[in-house]
Design a protein around this ligand. Structure first.
Ligand code: HEC
Length: 255
């Protein structure tokens, strides 16, 4: 039995479509963006129909089932079904597209913009490359005092930061759902685990308004903590962030 040409074309397109998905998602383990997939499929579809409509006989064979469905009196039931279902599907699709969505629009922003070489913090111009946490050395020298400083940092955190960054430091504080960009999740290996303490000091002291241009859109709700906290309190809360999450700050020496 010969497979009708139209069905052949559809089968080829479906095969290529699932082929793409298998190659990208399964073999390469890289999810293919839907826009790229749509572009590939556009060219494949164009190619398939060029081959299938190479000459008039082939074209006639290809459209024969469609023509029959529209014209053949014996296909009345088919025709009526298709003519009801197609507009319905299109209608539902359009309705779904037009429905307003509550999802925040996707915005691309640099989460960790390169820090400036110097920044004005507490009225002083500090060189971020040279800046170090003054308490870090106590971790080895005086673990007991270090532990106390971490606890003091925890108090600073609970009083000021957990509303947004969450009491588990996972970015899920009670205010988080209302903020875009969302408060960062410090448990995630993509945040403080990748950063130096001086970078955190700069980000915490200068907050959203301190972000450089490449971090635009400029809508971070992260407050400017140098207006509310002492310098020491910021260094202590940084100790706490690393201690609680078990991450190590990045540093120059160890790399
Ligand atoms: C009003 C909500 C809010 C509060 C309160 C808040 N933050 Fe944030 N914070 C954010 C948001 C939103 C971001 C992500 C956007 C950004 O990077 O500016 C952020 C980002 C950060 C970053 C950058 C992390 C990174 O990986 O780049 C650090 C560090 C940080 N916050 C520390 C703190 C500390 C410490 C406190 C308390 C002293 C605090 N935050 C309080 C909202 C808040």
């Amino acid at each position: 039995m010969k497979i009708p040409r139209l069905l052949q074309a559809v089968l080829i397109l479906a095969g290529v479509y699932f082929g793409f998905i298998v190659v990208f998602d399964v073999l390469l383990d890289a999810v293919i963006p839907s826009s790229l997939l749509a572009m590939y499929m556009f060219f494949v579809t164009a190619g398939v129909f060029m081959v299938f409509t190479y000459d008039e006989d082939q074209t006639r064979e290809l459209v024969a089932p469609i023509k029959a469905m529209v014209e053949d009196p014996s296909k009345r039931v088919w025709r009526n079904t298709v003519f009801v279902i197609v507009p319905l599907v299109v209608g539902v699709g359009t309705y779904q597209q037009m429905q307003p969505s509550f999802q925040a629009p996707v915005e691309l922003r640099t989460i960790h913009p390169a820090p400036p070489t110097t920044a004005m913090i507490y009225g002083k111009r500090v060189k971020l490359l040279e800046l170090e946490n003054p308490f870090r050395k106590l971790e080895k020298e005086d673990p007991e005092q270090f532990g106390e400083l971490v606890n003091e940092g925890a108090v600073v955190y609970i009083e000021n930061c957990q509303f947004c960054h969450g009491d588990k430091l996972d970015g899920k504080g009670p205010y988080a759902a209302g903020l875009n960009p969302t408060p960062l999740n410090f448990q995630d290996v993509g945040t403080i685990a990748q950063l130096q303490e001086s970078y955190l000091f700069w980000r915490i002291s200068t907050g959203g308004p301190g972000l450089p241009k490449e971090a635009a859109p400029w809508i971070s709700s992260m407050p400017v903590w140098q207006d509310f906290l002492e310098e020491d309190e910021i260094w202590k809360v940084i100790l706490f962030l690393y201690d609680y999450t078990g991450h190590r700050p990045r540093s120059w020496e160890h790399e």
